[in-house]
Design a protein around this ligand. Structure first.
Ligand SMILES: [Mg+2]
Ligand SMILES: [Zn+2]
Length: 189
């Protein structure tokens, strides 16, 4: 049975795909991390399902809306498709929550905010994934913890615009998704 399950790379958004400016939400502020698309290309060609997984607590905090998030993702895809025609993610998973938000509907202590794994297990069901052969690439230790909580390996990237503390639990610490893609290909299970 397990041969029919796909392997995936979960991709944190801010600081991995686009430069993290801190609660980045305006499409006009969207700048791809340099060389990131080359990493995407390698992973897509290698048959990995690609799942964007992003905490957007700015929605709960009232800084922007889910409509802003959707617009931002349209612009993200538009820019990626300039280099990879027809590119799409296999799934896009968003947590808009925060336990101490300002917008009541999103101000809950949810199970999907990373390092929680509900978005990962939802994607696992939708795409029939083998998490033991899957990876998560993120820039924060909460990304690394999410991966380990879900039984995946994690790679932490450092050139996404913000400097976060380095997790000792990451499989590797590298500048960008391009470096991460090489490590994933060389350590495929
Ligand atoms: Mg991030
Ligand atoms: Zn959530």
């Amino acid at each position: 049975m397990s041969e029919s399950l796909r392997k995936a790379v979960f991709l944190d958004r801010d600081g991995v795909l686009n430069v993290d400016l801190g609660y980045t939400y305006k499409s006009s502020d969207l700048k791809l991390v340099p060389s990131m698309v080359d990493g995407l290309k390698i992973l897509a060609q290698s048959g990995y399902a690609l799942v964007m997984i992003t905490n957007q607590s700015g929605v709960a905090r009232g800084l922007f809306t889910l409509a802003h998030v959707e617009d931002f993702h349209k612009e993200l895809l538009r820019q990626i498709r300039l280099e990879i025609p027809g590119f799409d993610f296999d799934a896009v998973m968003i947590c808009p929550h925060h336990p101490e938000g300002a917008v009541p509907e999103f101000s809950i202590d949810c199970q999907c905010r990373k390092p929680g794994i509900q978005l990962v297990t939802d994607a696992q069901k939708i795409l029939s994934l083998d998490l033991s052969k899957s990876w998560l690439v993120g820039d924060k230790s909460s990304d690394v913890d999410c991966a380990l909580n879900a039984g995946m390996r994690a790679i932490q990237v450092t050139r996404g615009g913000k400097q976060y503390s380095q997790s000792k639990k990451a499989f590797a610490l590298v500048p960008t998704l391009l470096d991460a893609a090489g490590i994933i290909i060389n350590n495929s299970l």
